[in-house]
Design a protein around this ligand. Sequence first.
Ligand SMILES: [Zn+2]
Ligand SMILES: [Zn+2]
Length: 333
Amino acid sequence: MKAIRFLGNGRLELADVPRPTPVGDEVLVRVRVCAMCSTDVRYRFLAPDPLPVIPGHEIAGDVIDVDRPQYVKPGERVALTVHAPCGGCEPCRRGDGAFCENLSKYGSLRDGGNAEYVLAKETSCLPLPDDFTFDDGALIGDTLGTAWHGVGKLNLLPREKVLVVGGGPIGLACARIAIWLGAEVTLAEIGAHRIALARALNIPRIVNPNTDDLPAAVAEITAGRGFDHVAECGGNEATFQAALDAARVGGKVVLLSMVKSAPISPAAVVCPKELTIMGSWNFNSREYRQIVRFYRANRDIVNLITHRFPLARAEDAYALFMSGKTGKVVFQP
Ligand SMILES: [Zn+2]
Ligand SMILES: [Zn+2]
């Protein structure tokens, strides 16, 4: 089968590799759509272990072969979770596969979906509803699920004021989820392409901190109090600081992006405002039905996908995605 492989330190190749065979609780999925994620780019420039590895963890396709599965059958259409949970440890048994004690992950710790086929754990297979396309499936397993879980941590009340910092796919999904839950949403984003995409997705209020005075905008929108809730989806020190600064006294800040490190002043911000700062990590299987329900009512979110590539154009696809001038870039093997 054809597959893209990361060779470490930024190098990739298009290779012909043997089609894998499922063993035990594994299933073979024919990949229909695999969406690219900033995590893929991060792995590309590391020397991930094992190497070489087939990248891609936002996967939708159909099951074509199984060995001894308990519930997944050939012919089923599935979206895969990011992680490949063991299914037997304590976190797995309560539905928290993202915290599996024997964790594996597509596209880094095991081969992923930038290929014609992927060997998946049965525990990763989310049933794709009949009315959902493979594009929908590629978005639901990470972008929408991760955003749903993060926004869920805020326990939003209708009409509360929410700031989403960073308008990448997860930030835009967070904004749409918060709107659906009845909140008044503002997005802070500096990239022209992302702002255009946010407008196309009907995000009602967008502030560009490069051209607008963000603290003044926060004060104006919130009558000087600050936002009830902030979702940090920007992924850098400046967006992290902006998130803390924009929250009101007693406000909640949920961190969805992977800010590597950032200084934090408890004395200046966190204690005087009694902020609650929460990390958020993927989503759990108990939330899947709600995520499907949300997405069914918000199908235009599929417009997050802006570009499609065959595997053979891997270099072009990754280069375009890394330019920041796209929404979701997907491979259609
Ligand atoms: Zn991802
Ligand atoms: Zn486990």
